[in-house]
Design a protein around this ligand. Structure first.
Ligand SMILES: Cc1cc2nc3c(=O)[nH]c(=O)nc-3n(C[C@H](O)[C@H](O)[C@H](O)COP(=O)(O)OP(=O)(O)OC[C@H]3O[C@@H](n4cnc5c(N)ncnc54)[C@H](O)[C@@H]3O)c2cc1C
Ligand code: SF4
Ligand code: SF4
Length: 420
């Protein structure tokens, strides 16, 4: 008879690739364990405003997956969790998982009384630090699980006890400690996704100096009704509506000093974000400075549609420097026009850096040998039996592709446990 422990599958990361892999394997009859370091499931997609090319809200797809999880007792998940150690081999892996304390247990109803009682504020990581939240918080409005978190700053403070007493459901446990658990699984899917390239490293673009230079992931939050401005795209410096917005493509990408590869997605992300601006400000001038436009397959139609808009100007040129204009408080972009071989100065109220996608394995590698490619993504030809990569940790790409990748990884992971 098969050993049910080694028939189960570990999925690390709960973005669209990991969620898909875990649910598909569970629906095929295998127990799956999701390990997610955030206090909620869903990955970066939960932070997007709309999906190209249809411009629909990404939360629909996530909601469907959360419903499938609730209906399937074979999917188990741990949040605020990370894999510390992996040993063994295909069909028989031992995994050590570290759990950070949430200080809130499963009795939480999401009533929010603890946040009301709390006076300490922290940076809102979900909105990339563009606003603040209480130190007793729900990670975001649609979070799954819908359970609050207490920041350690609050737990160590004098008001911790008062916040605990404000909870009507006895859901706060200030004595929660970090925990370690051991699991036995037959195969592992690594789906830890990507992070935006650090714009602070792009010194000539002044991200650290000018509040009105933001990144593409920040723009997603700025446009979102759950974002720091409830969806109003305004200049962070003075709250003014921008009359002109410049998108700087390949910000740190295809550059030997930063990310040498093309993320394949940020051209389309900027076009999508140009439509966000245009919807709110039909007369705003929008510039997209590019080296090449990457829009493959059916996404070429989306590009053609955006190009028809006469207020959106595509300019083939490399932005060399961004500085503040002292007179009107706008920003000046110095651009090398690579077609006419001229240098231009263009002013804009708001600048969006289209930063690329870096694999999370560049910070946190898999704690067992796997093969990586030259850019730090897990290699598609990874030779470690029983361990499979899925989604943007394997290659930067769109959601529809990471979903397919998750399904493919689920099948390979099932084959690994069945072979035993
Ligand atoms: C600006 C921008 C806009 C975009 N817009 C679109 C769009 O409109 N349409 C589209 O199709 N695609 C879009 N994308 C791409 C989309 O975001 C990705 O395809 C998608 O996020 C990939 O999902 P994933 O599961 O591979 O990774 P992620 O979404 O990154 O999920 C990975 C998960 O793993 C977790 N994790 C990381 N490290 C660990 C660890 N060590 N242990 C445990 N858990 C860990 C993370 O917390 C996260 O939950 C956009 C990308 C950018 C940059
Ligand atoms: S921890 Fe208690 S007070 Fe806070 S949201 Fe949950 S149930 Fe409400
Ligand atoms: S997708 Fe576009 S902006 Fe992104 S790296 Fe490739 S060419 Fe540059």
């Amino acid at each position: 008879m098969a050993n049910t422990e080694t028939q189960s599958i570990l999925v690390v990361g709960s973005g669209m690739s990991g969620l898909t892999a875990a649910i598909e394997a569970a629906e095929a009859g295998y127990d799956t364990y999701i390990v997610e370091k955030n206090p909620y499931l869903g990955g970066r997609v939960a932070q997007l405003h709309q999906y190209f090319p249809k411009l629909c809200p990404p939360y629909c797809g996530l909601e469907i997956n959360f419903r499938r999880i609730k209906q399937n007792p074979r999917v188990h998940f741990f949040t605020m969790a990370e894999v510390k150690k992996i040993s063994g081999e295909e069909g028989d892996f031992n995994v050590t998982i570290g759990l950070s304390p949430r200080y809130v247990n499963e009795k939480c109803t999401g009533c929010g009384e603890c946040a009301e009682a709390c006076t300490i504020e922290i940076e809102n990581a979900f909105n990339y630090g563009m606003d603040k939240i209480k130190a007793a918080y729900l990670p975001h409005d649609m979070a799954f699980p819908m359970r609050y978190v207490l920041d350690p700053i609050l737990v160590k403070s004098e008001e911790a006890q008062r916040v605990k007493e404000a909870c009507p459901y006895d859901a706060i446990d200030l004595n929660m400690e970090p925990k370690t658990i051991e699991l036995k699984v037959g195969s592992i899917i690594w789906a830890t996704g990507w992070k935006p390239y650090d714009a602070n490293k792009l010194e000539t673009y002044g991200f650290a100096q000018h509040l009105d230079v933001i990144t593409n992931v920040m723009m997603e939050r700025l446009a979102s009704w759950t974002g720091p401005t409830k969806g109003k795209i305004i200049r962070p410096s003075d709250g003014r509506a921008p009359e002109s917005v410049a998108f700087v493509q390949c910000a740190g990408s295809r550059d030997e000093n930063h990310l040498p590869f093309c993320s394949g997605i940020c051209c389309l992300a900027s076009m999508k974000q140009a439509t966000y601006v245009h919807e709110q400000y039909p007369d705003a001038k929008i510039y997209i400075f590019f080296i090449d436009i990457r829009a493959t397959d059916r996404l070429e139609d989306f590009y053609n549609k955006v190009k028809e808009d006469e207020n959106i100007r595509f300019i083939k040129g490399k932005v060399a420097k961004i500085t503040q204009d002292e007179n009107d408080k706008g920003l000046i972009l110095r651009v090398e026009d690579t077609v006419k071989e001229e240098l231009h100065e263009i002013s804009a109220d708001l600048v969006v850096l289209a930063t690329g996608m870096q694999p999370n394995t560049s910070d946190t590698p898999v704690p067992i040998h796997v093969d990586y490619d030259d850019y730090g993504f897990i290699s598609s030809q990874n030779t470690t039996a029983g361990i499979y990569a899925a989604g943007c940790v394997r290659t930067p790409t769109f959601v529809s592709e990471v979903v397919q990748d998750g399904t493919a990884a689920a099948l390979k992971a099932i084959q690994s446990v069945v072979r035993r």
